[in-house]
Design a protein around this ligand. Structure first.
Ligand SMILES: [Zn+2]
Length: 354
């Protein structure tokens, strides 16, 4: 079988039992539909996600919900027993993540960035980053064979801007998968019809019947992810071309991590076979930059010169290396009523679904 047609193993690691569904459910649906093996993971047990029910009973309920959601698209869900709200970067948890990844041997990992409002999300991203290189070190967790190299690692989208905004390398049109994603979220009744509406202050808006709930949730979810396509329209042009790229309304977007294998023309064609070949071919065939270029490329550290030359050197340095401009923040886009949707605090609207 050609390398590009080999079935891929996709490991989507969230902090809570619905994060993977919310952030990558549409792309997960595409992978599973093409026969790739998709495993969703929650590093915590979700026991804190409810206004009245807590502890092991809620964790058990959420496990059943998550398994049903994964099964609905032909994937599986694995849930760690770490208490919700208590994830951190201890070595024990890092080793659990190392063993998880080595056992599954994924071609791709998708997880949170470490910039996020929720500590569990931040630590989930950090644990994957901390594990990335150690996957290849035989002396770490020797009970599970090491991997010859780290897989590609991608980050979920988010709207946080500091210290650096989300900068996607991939965006997938998921419009045709949205009903499946909403079907997954519908399985998490404790979250989307109980806890999250309570937390957001509109529990009284939740409909009673299943069909009404699906329609209500579907509308809310579409509104929630719609800004992503406009925010990353330039990338959609690159991937889908100017005509198709202009009409795409709903996307999931991912940023490549420097700590994983490179997202290059070879890996992109394996991992994103449903994206245009022209985009695969446009990517470099290069390997990891920090392996190829061991010397740091930033300004070199030098000892402070003697006082007699300090002024002249400073002048020279100022002229030669002007301060880099601050990276532009995502451009605010005007809505129909003139309001700027990107001026909304980045966690609002999105956190409601996490
Ligand atoms: Zn979460």
């Amino acid at each position: 079988m050609a390398e590009s047609s080999r079935k891929q193993k996709i490991l989507i690691i969230g902090a809570h039992p619905d994060d993977a569904d919310i952030k990558a459910g549409g792309t997960a649906t595409l992978w599973a539909a093409q026969g790739h093996q998709v495993r969703l993971v929650s590093l915590t047990d979700g026991r804190a996600g409810h206004q009245t029910d807590h502890g092991p009973a809620l964790a058990e309920r959420r496990k059943r919900e998550a398994e049903a959601a994964a099964a609905s698209i032909g994937a599986t869900y694995e849930i760690f027993d770490i208490p919700d709200g208590e994830l951190d970067d201890r070595v024990e948890y890092r080793h659990r993540v190392v063993r998880l990844i080595r056992s599954f041997q994924p071609d791709l990992i998708v997880t949170h960035r470490t910039t996020d409002y929720h500590p569990d999300h931040r630590f989930a991203g950090l644990l994957v980053q901390d594990a990335a290189y150690l996957l290849t070190v035989p002396a770490v967790c020797p009970e599970v064979p090491h991997l010859p190299q780290s897989p590609v690692i991608l980050y979920f989208s988010d709207a946080f801007r500091k210290p650096c905004p989300f900068a996607p390398d991939v965006a997938v049109n998921v419009e045709d998968q949205l009903d499946r994603v909403v079907g997954m979220l519908h399985c998490h009744a404790s979250q989307f019809y109980e806890w999250l509406p309570f937390n957001a202050g509109h529990l009284n808006q939740v409909p009673e019947t299943d069909s009404e709930r699906l329609a209500w949730l579907g509308q809310r979810f579409r509104e929630r992810i719609k800004p992503l396509a406009d925010r990353h329209r330039d990338l959609l042009f690159q991937i889908y071309g100017p005509r198709a790229g202009a009409s795409i309304q709903y996307v999931e977007a991912f940023e490549a991590s420097e700590y994983g294998a490179p997202l290059n023309s070879e890996s992109a064609s394996r991992l994103f076979p449903f994206l245009p070949e022209s985009w695969h071919a446009s990517l470099s065939s290069g390997q990891k930059s920090w392996v190829d270029v061991p010397e740091p490329t930033g300004p070199k550290f030098t000892l402070e010169p003697p006082p007699s030359t300090a002024v002249a050197t400073r002048k020279t340095r100022t002229k030669a290396t002007p301060i880099a401009p601050t990276p532009k923040e995502p451009r605010a886009r005007s809505t129909a009523n003139g309001a700027s949707s990107d001026l909304t605090p980045p966690w609002m609207g999105e956190s409601e679904f996490e």
